[in-house]
Write a protein that binds this ligand. Structure first.
Ligand code: MG
Length: 112
């Protein structure tokens, strides 16, 4: 679970370096996607090996990078991460009702 203390530490890291001035939503979105690409790169050419076990070191780093940019984006845009996550889960619960989606990887538009 991500604690408020951790979120504040990410923001303090930014503020101590006076980097807020560089953090436009556009540049944060670009950075977030670059970090997501670094996470994806961990699995590049891995064939059928999709296990995390041997990749945990790099996975931890890149997942933290992506999450840091999510925190920074939410802060810059004035969004409450807990609220937007709960709002999205509520939407997804409606789109993917358990009785239709359980054990089914189909997109919600294909569920019947
Ligand atoms: Mg990275």
């Amino acid at each position: 679970m991500l604690k408020d203390e951790t979120i504040n530490r990410v923001l303090k890291f930014r503020d101590d370096r006076d980097w807020r001035q560089f953090h436009t939503p556009k540049d944060l979105a670009i950075s977030m996607n670059l970090e997501a690409a670094e996470l994806l790169e961990i699995f590049q050419w891995s064939g059928g090996d999709l296990e995390c076990r041997e990749k945990l070191g790099r996975l931890r780093e890149e997942l933290a990078d992506v999450l840091s940019y999510c925190i920074l984006m939410a802060d810059v845009c004035g969004l409450d991460l807990d609220k937007i996550m709960n709002d999205k889960i509520t939407k997804n619960e409606a789109k993917y009702p358990v009785e239709k989606a359980r054990g089914n990887a189909a997109k919600y538009t294909e569920l019947d």
